[in-house]
Design a protein around this ligand. Structure first.
Ligand code: AMP
Ligand code: MG
Length: 472
């Protein structure tokens, strides 16, 4: 068996100023942790033997057809513009066109320094690599657009973080790594030819029906509106919604200090670096609009008639909160069993959420329990639920099959933060059983898995993870 990846690269055909040619830097003793055979099939990647895959996915050997590059981008980090970021610890090996006709990037993350590394070592440690593997694959199983994980390897090297940690490399797969920040860097530098070239490339790759830059903007507004509503519907908090982590393809990208909420509260923040709560759960829709506004600002630089462009872009961006709200309402209607629309549905949903926040209700378990008869147990004061449920049941009386609607909309299994942390701690000790188990269970999030009820349990007081770290 020889690992073969049918590369068909397009980004490496773009001008030199879009990237730096950069091979991954070899590591001492690669060992394969995981290879995602299901994803490999979609990519038309033929697996090789274990040693060969370890060497390749660690970056020690370049597969045939790879043209490794580190991509240039910039971005707003926590609202402040950083004029140059770029792949500081990742290289794009190339692209494949999958069995489904979709072009995807194959990128090594944690593959060593690049010209964009600034002060960083270009490496990743095992914890964030496994976190991204588990959480991104769980997102995919929840049918939420996301980058995916093709492989994870240990490097046999130590990286220094809070202390010495085992190094690792993740093979990330994305519909592309184009970010808002990829456009910002050319706009900010006044490199309008590059900006136009990038715009054409993005349209061709992701929004072939879009008519020019404003068409592209519309496409991204729609994709991000759907994405953020999907996050909200499963209690996902991204944690670092900087413009360099905002994908033009509308995928969830860059799993850093992300987390799924346990008990519901709109102000929930996990990220240890988000002291102001900029990226709190309930701020995510507003931040997405802000990010897309930065995208619009960048796109406009290439327009001949700036005044008209500003007017059109403003209108498009101003329509985004409404679109997000529409997506949000559709998803939350389904979560409480509503397939039809009535006035008053929004109030019904909001009232439930308010009561959940006041009663430390577990987000996932409360919605999951709505299809049964134990939802009231999720409230510190069960009467708060009973009060709400009278009106809800009356509303359900006008629905065909609310149970089926709820079952399809409310997962039983999400990657709970404390389980992810426990999994990482075990892996650091050499025990990968929890990692593999999480992947298996989370691949079927809507199914009753009676042997995995422990993974539906919220954290005990001592298990609660109060802060998540970028840990990069
Ligand atoms: P992130 O917060 O993961 O979106 O990364 C922000 C920027 O920091 C990107 O340009 C990364 O490439 C860079 N970066 C993060 N970690 C490292 C690292 N260990 N070495 C070099 N660059 C890094
Ligand atoms: Mg990033």
């Amino acid at each position: 068996m020889t690992l073969t990846i049918p590369f068909d690269n397009s980004y490496a055909r773009l001008p030199n100023s879009f990237y730096a040619r950069q091979a991954p830097v070899p590591v001492r003793a690669p060992r394969l942790i995981a290879f995602n055979a299901d994803l490999a099939k979609i990519l038309k990647v033929a697996p090789g033997d274990v040693e060969e895959m370890a060497e390749t996915f660690a970056g020690n050997t370049l597969p045939e057809g790879a043209e490794p590059i580190a991509q240039l981008y910039s971005g707003h980090q926590f609202g402040n513009y950083n004029p140059q970021l770029g792949d500081g610890r990742a290289v794009l090996l190339g692209e494949t066109v999958g069995a489904d006709g979709i072009r995807r990037d194959i990128q090594l993350k944690g593959s060593g320094p690049t010209p964009f590394s600034r002060q960083g070592d270009g490496r990743a440690w095992l914890g964030p690599v496994l976190r991204e593997y588990v959480v991104s694959e769980a997102m995919h199983a929840l049918a939420i657009p996301t980058t995916r994980a093709l492989a994870a390897v240990e490097t046999g090297e130590i990286v220094l973080r809070e202390g010495p940690m085992p190094g690792a490399v993740l093979t990330r797969v994305a519909q592309s790594h184009l970010r808002v920040g990829t456009f910002q860097v050319f706009a900010a530098r006044g490199q309008l030819d590059s900006l136009q070239r990038l715009t054409d490339y993005a349209i061709q790759r992701h929004y072939p029906d879009a008519d020019g830059p404003m068409g592209l903007l519309r496409g991204v507004v729609d994709a991000q509106s759907r994405l953020i509503a999907a996050w909200m519907s499963v209690g996902f908090i991204h944690g670092v919604m900087n413009t360099d982590n905002c994908s033009i393809a509308g995928e969830t990208i860059d799993y850093g200090p992300c987390a799924f909420m346990d008990s519901y509260h709109p102000n929930t923040v996990y990220s240890s670096i988000d002291r102001m709560g900029r990226y709190a759960y309930s701020n995510q829709p507003d931040i997405a609009v802000w990010n897309v506004a930065q995208f619009a600002t960048a796109l406009i630089q290439q327009m001949d008639n700036k005044e008209a462009a500003v007017e059109e872009a403003t209108e498009i961006v101003h329509a985004m909160p409404g679109k997000m709200q529409e997506n949000w309402l559709r998803r939350f209607r389904a979560k409480i069993g509503l397939a039809t629309e009535e006035e008053g549905d929004l109030e019904l949903i909001s009232d439930l959420l308010t009561r959940m926040a006041q009663n430390q209700s577990d987000f996932t378990n409360t919605f999951y329990a709505l299809a049964g008869d134990s939802a009231r147990d999720q409230f510190t004061d069960p009467a708060a639920f009973d009060d709400w449920s009278d009106g809800w049941r009356a509303r359900l009386g006008r629905e065909q099959d609310p149970t089926a609607v709820m079952t399809a909309a409310n997962p039983a299994f999400i990657p709970r933060n404390h389980r992810v942390e426990q999994m990482i701690q075990a892996a650091v000790q050499g025990d990968y059983e929890p990692f593999h188990r999480l992947n298996t269970v989370l691949s079927r999030p809507y199914e009753d898995q009676s042997d995995a009820v422990d993974l539906t349990r919220p954290p005990t007081d001592s298990e609660i993870v109060h802060a998540t770290f970028c840990g990069t």
